[in-house]
Design a protein around this ligand. Structure first.
Ligand SMILES: Cc1cc2nc3c(=O)[nH]c(=O)nc-3n(C[C@H](O)[C@H](O)[C@H](O)COP(=O)(O)O)c2cc1C
Length: 204
C-alpha cells in the first residue's frame, strides 16, 4: 500500500461509497485488464458488506468481471477527474487504458484485482455475487466487499473529512457531460428534538 493508505474495517467499507462518489471500476481476467468510470454505485447490505454497481452489459469491464468474478472500486479524487472522464469515454476492448494513461495499479490483497491508489481516496476489493438468472437482463452487479483501504488524509476511523488541505483527494460526483461537483459544504447536525406541532387556530 502507498504510504498514506490504511486498511478500512469492513464494517466501515459502505461509508466509502455511501455519499455517491463517481468511481473507477477495475477488472482483470487472463492477460487483460481494464478500468471504466461508474457514477451509479451504492451500499446494499450491512454484514457482510455488499454493494451494487451498474456495469453496462455491453462494456468490456462487464466481460472481464463475469470472467473473473471480481472487480475493484477505486474512488478517484478531484485530481483524477480528467482521467475518470477519459476512461468512461473509451473502451478497453481496443486499448489498455492503464498503459495509455500511465495508470499504476497494484493487486488487491484478497482477489488480486488491479487497484489504483495514486490520486484515489480509497478502494474496495469486491467479489461478484453471481446471479445467473439476471446476468443477461440487468446492468446492475451485486458484490461482497472483501477488503478496503483509504488514504488516511481524507478517511480515517470510519469517517470522511473534507477540508482545504485535502481538495485533491476529495471525491467527485458526476453532473453529466464531464461536469463534476465535489463535496463542498459539509453539514454537521444532530437529530432534531421532538417538537409536536401546536394547533394555534382559535387562540386569541
Ligand atoms: C462520469 C461517467 C460515469 C459513468 N457511469 C457509468 C455507470 O454508472 N455505469 C455504466 O455502465 N457506465 C458508466 N459510464 C460509461 C462507461 O464508463 C463507459 O461505457 C466505458 O467506456 C466502458 O468502458 P469499457 O468498455 O472499457 O469497460 C460512465 C461514464 C462516465 C464518463
Amino acid at each position: 500500500m502507498t504510504p498514506n493508505f490504511r486498511p478500512v474495517a469492513l464494517e466501515h467499507a459502505s461509508r466509502l461509497v455511501n455519499h455517491g462518489p463517481t468511481v473507477l471500476v477495475t477488472s482483470a481476467a487472463g492477460d487483460r485488464r481494464n478500468v471504466m468510470a461508474a457514477a451509479w454505485s451504492m451500499p446494499v447490505e450491512f454484514t457482510p458488506p455488499r454493494i451494487a454497481v451498474v456495469i453496462d452489459k455491453h462494456t468490456f469491464t462487464r466481460e472481464l468481471v463475469i470472467a473473473s468474478g471480481a472487480f475493484g472500486i477505486c474512488i478517484p479524487g478531484t485530481v483524477l477527474a480528467g482521467l475518470t472522464y477519459a476512461v468512461g469515454s473509451e473502451s478497453g476492448r481496443s486499448v489498455d487504458k492503464f498503459a495509455v494513461h500511465g495508470i499504476v495499479a497494484r493487486p488487491g490483497p484478497v482477489l488480486g484485482v488491479p487497484l489504483i491508489e495514486a490520486g484515489c481516496a480509497a478502494w474496495l476489493e469486491c467479489r461478484l455475487i453471481r446471479e445467473a438468472h439476471t446476468e443477461d437482463a440487468y446492468d446492475t452487479c451485486f458484490a461482497e466487499v472483501v477488503a478496503a483501504a483509504a488514504d488516511e488524509r481524507i478517511f480515517a476511523n470510519g469517517r470522511w473529512t473534507f477540508g482545504d488541505d485535502n481538495v485533491e483527494l476529495q471525491t467527485i460526483h458526476h453532473l453529466g457531460a464531464g461536469n463534476f461537483v465535489r463535496p463542498g459544504g459539509v453539514l454537521r447536525t444532530k437529530p432534531m428534538p421532538a417538537s409536536p406541532a401546536r394547533d394555534t387556530a382559535g387562540e386569541s
